[in-house]
Design a protein around this ligand. Structure first.
Ligand code: SAM
Ligand code: SF4
Ligand code: SF4
Length: 340
């Protein structure tokens, strides 16, 4: 067990398996920046599956119990189910209960859901910012129909990837009128809908505090139509605050990373597509693990690097932002590269 300067354990590893995506959500990879001239990482720069598996094994030995594959769009990574299968062997090799989760935009789920389930994926989250075609297409800057995502969700359910979660980022003036339609659609479905406050990740999405629809506003919108009750967290460090419909319609969550920062319990570490370790979503510098890995460093050396980085960690960016004491960062790392 390792802990950082604020006594927070290392529990949760997020891995960006690709910096590429088949959508261009305006709050994440705006097309003006991630257009046809944008240079994504060349293949040789990406950690390969063996490298990811080896590092993940070291993280598990240091206390990680949940591994989330993200990106970019993780289903674009060729053979991603083979990586899930490899990571699932960590459960057997270490005798630990390790959750292997993925966040995806869902477009490729009709092709991939069953293979992911068979490979041992424990949990799946699908991002969907609205049910109206116009809003969905505007927000993700795509011609793809919302029906494709709904087909992906259905495929995940049919494959038994349950309980499924849906992530919806809410941006003022863009999709707050999608809150109630989404609530109505997913109530009584067994699917857990979660609303996320728009965050100032990266340096390209033009974030302004005014664009944030706060958790309080989101909950007021929902509860004006559907009475809800607070539910206890599943575990310390859970990012979503949980609520349940009073009429038994199921559970919803709100991730209030801007208005109610939760750094105090943050046990998340991130591994970028090219093998850098980041101890905060808002970090500006990462620790390169790929270079020592490719120079045949021993497990002890690599673990030592991770332990040192975690022991030095004092990150609490969102708390400082909330207290308005944080200075604007020079250049933050993009979410697609660091893994959402
Ligand atoms: N492409 C996958 C997807 O969209 O689910 C995985 C990567 S994406 C970066 C992971 C999650 O981060 C998504 O649910 C997305 O909505 C969320 N996200 C991206 N940019 C965000 C922002 N600026 N504020 C809040 N959430 C954001
Ligand atoms: Fe792609 Fe996900 Fe970012 Fe949207 S949020 S651009 S789907 S990585
Ligand atoms: Fe964790 Fe950094 Fe987010 Fe705070 S701002 S919750 S430390 S990732």
């Amino acid at each position: 067990m390792v802990s950082d300067t604020l006594s927070r354990p290392l529990r949760d590893l997020r891995i960006s398996v690709t910096d590429r995506c088949n959508l261009r959500c305006t709050y994440c990879m705006p097309r003006e920046v991630f257009g046809k001239d944008f240079v994504f990482l060349p293949r040789a720069e990406l950690l390969n599956f063996e490298e990811i598996h080896r590092l993940a094994g070291l993280f598990v030995r240091l206390g990680v119990r949940k591994i989330r594959l993200s990106g970019g769009e993780p289903l674009l990574r060729h053979g991603i189910e083979r990586l899930v299968e490899k990571l699932a062997t960590l459960r057997i090799n270490t005798g630990q209960t390790i959750e292997i989760a993925m966040t995806t935009n869902g477009l490729l789920l009709p092709k991939k859901a069953q293979a992911l389930k068979d490979a041992g994926l424990s949990r799946l989250t699908v991002s969907l910012d609205g049910l109206s075609e116009a809003t969905f297409q505007r927000m993700s800057d795509t011609q793809v129909s919302v029906a494709t995502v709904l087909d992906g969700i259905a495929a995940a359910q049919a494959a038994g990837l349950t309980p499924l979660k849906i992530n919806c980022v809410v941006k003022r003036g863009v999709n707050e009128d999608e809150i109630l339609p989404l609530v109505r659609h997913f109530r009584h479905s067994g699917i857990i809908l979660r609303f996320i406050e728009f965050m100032d990740v990266g340096s390209t999405n033009g974030w302004r505090m005014d664009d944030v629809v706060t958790a309080q506003e989101i909950l007021a919108t929902i509860s004006s139509h559907f009475p809800i009750n607070a539910v206890d967290s599943n575990y310390s460090g859970e990012v979503a605050k949980r609520w349940s419909y009073a009429d038994g319609g199921g559970e919803i969550g709100v991730i209030a990373s801007v208005s109610q920062a939760f750094c105090r319990d943050c046990s998340r570490v991130r591994l970028s597509t090219d093998g850098k370790l980041y101890t905060c979503l808002f970090a500006t510098e990462g620790l390169d693990l790929r270079d020592p890995l490719r120079r045949n460093a021993s497990d002890a050396t690599l673990s030592g690097l991770i332990v040192d980085a975690w022991a030095r960690r004092g990150d609490r960016y969102s708390e400082l932002r909330q207290a308005a004491t944080v200075q604007p960062l020079r250049r933050k790392i993009e979410m697609s590269y660091i893994g959402g």
